[in-house]
Every structure is written in C-alpha cells, then in structure tokens.
Design a protein. Structure first.
Length: 355
C-alpha cells in the first residue's frame, strides 16, 4: 500500500530533489539540503577502495561497531540502514502502535511510511505564532508513538533536548529525527547516545553533511529490543559494501573534526544569508528565527510566483506547501556559500522588485 499523492491537502511524497530534476538540473540548487562540494576527495577515494570487495556479501560489523563507539553505545543499540528514510519504513512496519502522532511541520516521510503501513496518523501542528517551537502539552497523552525532528526540517528550529526528552512516557516510543544534528555546532540539544530516556529512538543520516544521498546510509540508535524488532523487518544485506565503508569513515576522528568545522561554516553562511533576507522585510518577507539547521524557512507574499520567477533566473528553491502546517506562502532555502547567497539575493531582489 502507498500513500495517496495528497494527505490532508499536502503532497507527502514531494521532496526537494524534485526541484532540480529534468529541466531543473542546470539551476543553482537551494532546494536540496545536502552540503555542497561533497563528498570530499578523501571520502570518495575511501569508498572507491571498497569496490574490490563487491563479490562478497556486505558485512556490517565493523561499521556498526564504529557507529556505536562514536556515540559511546554497545553495538546492540545500533542498526545501520539504507539512509535514514529506511528507518521510518521499518518503524512503521515493525512497531505495534495504536495512536501514532507526528509533530509537524517536519520531514513528511515518517507520516507517509506510517500511512503506507496502514496506520491512522494524528498530527500535532506547531504554530507560526510560537516560532514553530515545541509545545509538549499539545502531544496527546495516549500517543504511543511520537515522531519529531530536531533540528526540524523545514523550520530550522532546534528544540531543547530537555523538552524533547520530556515527551517520553512509559509505553511510548519517542522517535527523534536528528538527520541534521551534525550541522549544529557542538551538536547541542542532541539525544543521540542517551540511554536514560525510555522508549527513545534516534535516527541519524550520513547523507547530508557528506553528500552521500545517492549512496544511502544512515542508522538507528535505540534499545536493543527495538533494534532487534527493526532488524527483523529489514531484508538481508540492506546496506551495501560501499555504504558500509562510508559509514565507518564518516564516524572516525578525521571525519568528526571535519564535520565540526563544516557546522561552524554553515552557521556563519546561514547568518550571512539571513542578514541578506532581512533586507526584504519591507516587502513582506519574514525568516523563521533563530534558524539552526543548514536551511532557512521564509514566508513572503506570492511565494509560488516568486519561486517560478527565481527558476527563470536560475535558482531552485523548495516549496513549503507540501509540509503539513504550512501553506503556499512558504519557501525553504538551503544554506550555501556567500558567493552563491549574493547571487541568490540579487535575483530575489529582482523578483520582489517586480512582484
């Protein structure tokens, strides 16, 4: 079973890559939240070195141990997946839940996967008036599965770890999507590695920071019994040998230091972009702040028309109306280097000057 193209008026299967396919392939990409100029050369060479072993079936033990060591956990608490998106499908299929709740606006695949698995999904919609910040009281007490992103795609809001952990309850599975947490300097507010939060499941992706969306590699951190349930729902050898090589490399000391440097650069580039966007406040543009992810969410008049005109000027941005809790007045912009930001802001000024 697959979700309908729309669920409650929102196309849950639309993602940023749709903006840069086909006639969008030549556009400057501000629609996809994958770090530009990646993977780095050393990582490409490391992955290429694994190709000589393709005749053997994948063996994930070394990569699993490396991920466990990176978070200070036993290997029984780690499950490697074909991208973080696979984990949502496994959770939806393997867990026996009565009332799943997804906190929106956020990445739409968790809800889509739950619907595909036959679940009726309740939504908690965070409010623009509150800066899309988490209100724990809005989550129903009888929810036995709660899904939330942190930092959240597309709002770029970073929720306090204490507030997110406070959603845990006996008998409840709390799924925290930390796909973009390694883009936050110091990974502050992370729950990865915590074992004191009952029912906690943390998802991580290695595709965003390292530019491995085409390779598909992510992982789950959870209690051993939850990991075992999810593993039983996986096909045999779900993660390829090159992806396993990438996972082991991306959690090593060299990679962690490089990711920390990248996070600081993203923060500086984001501040530069946000400062430029504020210059259009008199034309009705508003940025959701403080932004903490490698993207920003903006509201502006005639956003759909602005998006189309930006494409004509060579820039792809992500429409926001496919996210529950948002409408067609929203756009999401990936953070890029300052030169790219300058070009985009110039194009935006042209568009808004003629809107």
């Amino acid at each position: 079973m697959r979700t309908e193209p729309t669920a409650g008026g929102h196309d849950l299967r639309h993602h940023g890559d749709a903006e840069v396919r086909d006639d969008g392939s030549a556009l400057v990409d501000l629609a996809v939240n994958v770090r530009a100029d990646t993977p780095p050369g050393w990582l490409r060479e490391h992955i290429a070195g694994s190709l000589s072993g393709l005749a053997a079936y994948p063996d994930g033990r070394a990569a699993r141990a490396a991920v466990a060591a990176r978070h200070g956990l036993p290997v029984e608490r780690v499950l490697l997946t074909s991208g973080a998106a696979e984990a949502f499908v496994l959770l939806a299929r393997a867990l026996k839940v009565r009332r799943p709740v997804v906190v929106h606006p956020q990445f739409t695949e968790p809800e889509a996967a739950l619907r595909d698995a036959g679940h009726t999904v309740d939504r908690v919609l965070l409010r623009e008036a509150d800066g899309f910040r988490l209100d724990p009281a809005a989550v129903p007490e009888d929810a036995d599965l709660v899904v939330i992103g942190n930092p959240t795609n597309p709002t770029s809001v970073l929720h306090p770890a204490a507030a997110v952990a406070g959603l845990a309850r006996p008998g409840r599975t709390l799924v925290v999507d930390e796909a973009f947490m390694d883009a936050v300097p110091g990974e502050r507010e992370a729950l990865a590695g915590r074992t004191d939060v009952p029912g906690l499941v943390v998802l991580r992706s290695l595709t965003k920071t390292w530019g491995l969306a085409g390779l598909r590699i992510g992982y789950v951190l959870a209690a051993p019994e939850t990991v075992a349930d999810l593993e039983r729902a996986q096909p045999l050898w779900p993660v390829s040998t090159p992806a396993l090589a990438a996972a082991e490399a991306c959690v090593g000391p060299r990679a962690l230091a490089e990711a920390a440097d990248a996070a600081r650069l993203v923060a500086a580039d984001r501040a530069y972009l946000v400062a430029g966007l504020r210059e259009f406040a008199d034309r009705g543009l508003r940025v959701v702040e403080p932004a903490e992810g490698p993207f920003v969410l903006v509201r502006l008049p005639h956003a759909a028309a602005v998006r189309r005109r930006l494409r004509a000027l060579g820039y792809a941005v992500r429409r926001g109306d496919t996210f529950p809790g948002l409408d067609e007045g929203w756009l999401r912009l990936a953070v890029r280097d300052r030169g790219t930001a300058d070009g985009f802001l110039c194009a935006l000024g042209q568009v808004l000057g003629t809107a």
